[in-house]
Design a protein around this ligand. Sequence first.
Ligand code: BGC
Length: 435
Amino acid sequence: MVMGETSKMPNLRKPAAACSVLSMTALATVLGCGLTVTPAKAEPTVEVLHYWTSGGESKAAGALRQDFEAAGGKWIDAPVAGGGGDAASTVLRSRVLAGDPPNAVQLKGPNIKEWAAQGKLAPLDEVAKAENWDAILPAMIRDVVTYKGHYYAVPVNIHRVNWLWVNPQVMQKAGVAIPKTWDEFNAAAEKLKAAGIVPLAHGGQPWQEAGLFEGIVLGMGGADFYKKALVELDPKALTSDTMVKVFDQLRKMRGYVDEGFAGREWNRAAAMLMNGQAAMQIMGDWEKGELTAAGKVPGKDFVCANLPGQSGYTVNADSFVMFTSANADRGAGQKLLAKLILGKKFQETFNVLKGSIPARQDMARDSFDECAVKSMDDLKAAVDSNSVVPSMAHEMAVPGAVRGAFLDVVTAYFNSGMTSQDAVKRLAEAVDLAK
Ligand code: BGC
């Protein structure tokens, strides 16, 4: 054979005689021998670590997978069951320790900066520039997904956490209205209990108890108090009379949940609301994704209401980070995924299914239901009145160790006879140690 003759190997052209021995491991030598190699086309690939495994969540995650595959990508699914993502965090840490991190990971809040500071994340500036993220993202989201001026995460959505979900038929049966204050809430709960209805659908997991707690902090203390206590970690706010009252209210809530609450996943609690076993649930608006996935209609089968005493908007934005990978297919996959996630089409499809509102701010509202429109309006009003707060329970407010301190004390309180005075003392101590 002469040089230049086409070989049977699809991507290689024949080597000169002196270079005729070809092995994959000797690719560098081969290139040096004048061979031309036509690289195979990259197959954009992502292994996606996420915790979207409930009915509504998996529909939404499925939409992302579909878009990615339709754009020519290969999706390797790595779901970790467990609402709130605590189980997924454990898996992530062990995969990183083993030197094998998945290359796309659902992660949010201060965790993004922590992993970026460790040099583990691939910057997304190239995609961000091409897709104009600076212009389409609101400042509060940009702050979360950037570190030292570089993008390290692609935001998916904005979930609101401080919602009261109500089964209107059940409320009507017990003759109670949607409560606007915590006193009204307690009075309604007593009536519901007397009527044999579980007042509050609840799953006894630390993040869900922290969700109740932070909702009461905002409802009773207002946005400034919330920021002082749960973001700035001011010891005075943590041990204040207001915080004692917050724990008192949490103690009352313990009396409004059913016997089987321990360890229950949030979506099982949502099922209790749907089937009329329970009247109310305090949960972020992934709840709506769950209810609509089961065919329930907002305004008819369920109502999304403000939490009692509400004076703000608790934000929880999902996002994906990309752990660096030397593999070209994986690198291409990360870029494709980041581009698709903030595309207009995906922002609409995904957020309608997920119960959240888009992360980009230039979207039409037509496809969104009344709860999503309320969320959009309330967010705007809260931005104007400086009452947007980051969710502590959902890892948006404080580093992981501090969040852990909150969750430990709140859960210990909820599941014991601890007094509210003891609780605030223990909270301030635990937070101080974790800082
Ligand atoms: C996430 C949501 C998820 C919820 C329940 C939250 O922390 O932000 O996307 O649906 O947990 O799993």
